[in-house]
Design a protein around this ligand. Structure first.
Ligand code: PEP
Ligand code: MG
Length: 576
């Protein structure tokens, strides 16, 4: 048994067998094998070589006829190298002597050859090391492929398994919903990456940011995932299994007990009422929102509708989807307009690999929508049309300039006029709010508040941009700190701006669903929290145990101090 540590997501525990899913260009796994498995590993290697040969033959037969002589000669040379029994001779010895897996043995062989070739003075010979690396990669690719790829798994075939991957994009996570996986773990990613957020909404634990740790895992390993502590136990012994089974039971019982709060008011001990709304990513999640008695949907992330499909959803399809969500609730639904870009690429970021250095600072969300009206207008039309079937609010992500509002309002008028001139039924009074998730918008929150019907604080991006930490970069996620004085000040500025303008301010970033911060936010004056329905009862429980009169002076102190130790002490006291 051994353990790996990363960033835990969700409070659950999962026990299941690992399914290693790999994508090109990743770490080559390296693990020890039992003496009894040596010969089958040797056979695996040889089969890998055979598969690489047939794949290469296929490519060669498909290569274009004219002007491709050079290409065919390179492929022919590669084929000769692959067919040379010497290629697998050395790796077979490495497998037998070091008792390691085939991919790792090939890697060692590749490095040895690379070293020999690099010592030749002759540039022609030294350049041959590239060909060697390519054919060895090819065999490794065949060996890794045999472990399966996410996109091609038949529905339900991953049920109960724990997905192990270098990285999962939000689009992959959506694809995973076709299976009832028990958990997932990744090398990359931070706790507020969209991938982690989706794990929460799938009600499964996940661990992200394992910093290369997955290279020690293989398909079939038994894993325990502790989402709360961020720990993965690999091939645990019976006593660890027993302990974690008991913990899992306890967590399930606690969740069941919390369900008794579904009908209860979200009010503090001193009678302050709080509104708890839900964050949803997919239309079917409205059911979860309703079952938790949420006061409505505070954030509907519509961009997920655009992922894992060949064509964009048109106005009609969007109208149907929004209308079906609205038909399942009598409460307000806040439809956020498209927040595509950065890590939320339509194709999962695999095909149209962006050349942009800082996509999170680039043309995403409202910037992309205002740039591409063929993308934006159908959504706006669908929102206005669906609004006759329920209570709809429209929310704009990633506002940073007042200019964007000028452009937006002109466009909204244009859309309404078009709908009217076409004689279509629509609601022209849909409230329009904006997300405060760029520091510029928080600092100038009063200017935005003067023009909008409501504000919603997106702490995930606000923290990313303010503290300059990429939310999906596992190397810097240790700097993620919602209690950083700058973050608290920006939140306070926004709440105050809303109050002065007489408009509601809510929070829909992950901070709003984390009980560690509930009382701090209440003390700062926040009365509207939007979160994943899975954590709503926990937050409600905390609100119902809060005496705001007692909490407020301590929150005041927290806002004034710059001393990190004091921050910790005050938060402990506030949460005591
Ligand atoms: C946020 O940034 O806090 C937010 C809610 O938006 P998203 O996580 O979808 O970027
Ligand atoms: Mg955001």
């Amino acid at each position: 048994m051994f353990t790996l540590h990363g960033n835990g997501v969700g409070s659950g525990i999962a026990i299941g067998s690992a399914r290693v899913v790999r994508r090109p260009g990743q770490d080559i796994p390296s693990y020890n094998i039992e003496p009894a498995d040596i010969e089958s590993e040797v056979q695996r290697l040889q089969e890998g070589v055979r598969s690489a040969i047939s794949a290469l033959k296929k490519v060669t037969s498909q290569s274009p006829g004219e002007g491709a002589a050079e290409v065919r000669s390179i492929l022919g040379a590669h084929l000769l190298m692959l067919e040379d029994p010497m290629l697998s001779h050395e790796p077979v010895d490495i497998i037998r002597n070091r008792q390691i897996n085939a991919e790792a043995a090939l890697q060692i062989h590749a490095r040895n050859l690379e070293k020999i070739f690099s010592e030749f003075d002759d540039p022609y010979l030294s350049s041959k090391s590239v060909d060697i690396a390519q054919i060895i990669n090819r065999v490794q690719g065949e060996l890794l492929d045999e472990q399966g790829d996410l996109d091609n798994q038949p529905e339900g075939s991953l049920d109960g398994e724990i997905i192990v991957a270098n990285d999962l994009m939000p689009a992959d996570t959506i694809a995973l919903r076709r299976h009832r996986i028990a958990a997932f773990i990744t090398n990359l990613g931070g706790p507020i990456s969209h991938t982690a957020i989706l794990a929460r909404s799938m009600k499964i634990p996940a661990i992200v940011g394992l910093h290369g740790g997955i290279r020690y895992l293989r398909t079939g390993d038994l894993l325990i995932i502790d989402g709360k502590r961020g720990v993965v136990l690999i091939n645990p012994d019976e006593s660890a299994l027993e302990t974690y089974r008991r913990r899992r039971e306890k967590i399930i019982r606690t969740h069941q007990e919390m369900d008794s709060l579904i009908e209860a008011e979200a009010s503090t001990l001193d009678g302050i009422r709080v509104s708890l709304t839900s964050n949803i990513e997919l239309p079917e999640e409205i059911l979860e929102s309703v079952s938790q008695n949420a006061a409505g949907v505070g954030l509907y992330r519509t961009e997920f509708m655009y992922m894992n499909r060949d064509s964009m959803p048109d106005e009609e399809e969007q109208y149907e989807i929004y209308t079906s969500v609205l038909s399942q609730t009598t409460r307000p639904v806040t439809i956020r307009t498209l927040d595509l870009g950065a890590d939320k690429q339509v194709d999962g970021g695999r095909v149209s690999d962006s050349q942009i250095t800082n996509p999170a600072l680039g043309r995403r969300a409202i910037r992309l929508c205002l740039h591409d009206l063929s993308l934006f207008k159908p959504q706006l039309r669908a929102i206005y049309r669906s609004a006759v079937h329920g209570q709809v609010k429209m929310m704009i992500p990633m506002l940073s300039n007042i200019d964007e509002l000028d452009q937006l309002f002109v466009l909204l008028e244009e859309v309404k006029q078009e709908l009217a001139s076409q004689g279509l039924d629509f609601d022209s009074e849909v409230p329009v709010g904006g997300m405060v998730e760029v520091p510029a918008a928080a600092i100038a929150a009063d200017l935005f508040a003067a023009r909008l019907d409501f504000l919603s604080i997106g702490t995930n991006d606000l923290i990313q941009y303010t503290l300059a930490i990429d939310r999906i970069d596992d190397e810097v996620n240790y700097l993620y700190d919602p209690l950083h004085p700058s973050i608290l000040r920006l939140i306070q500025t926004t709440i105050n701006a809303g109050e002065s303008a007489g408009i509601p301010v809510s929070m829909c970033g992950e901070m709003a669903g984390d009980v560690k911060y509930t009382r701090v936010l209440l003390g700062m004056g926040l009365r509207d929290f939007s979160m994943d329905p899975a954590v709503m009862m926990e937050v409600k429980h905390q609100i119902r145990l809060t005496d705001l009169g007692q909490v407020k002076p301590k929150v005041g102190e927290l806002l004034r101090t710059g001393d990190q130790k004091k921050v910790k002490q005050l938060v402990d006291e506030i949460n005591a």
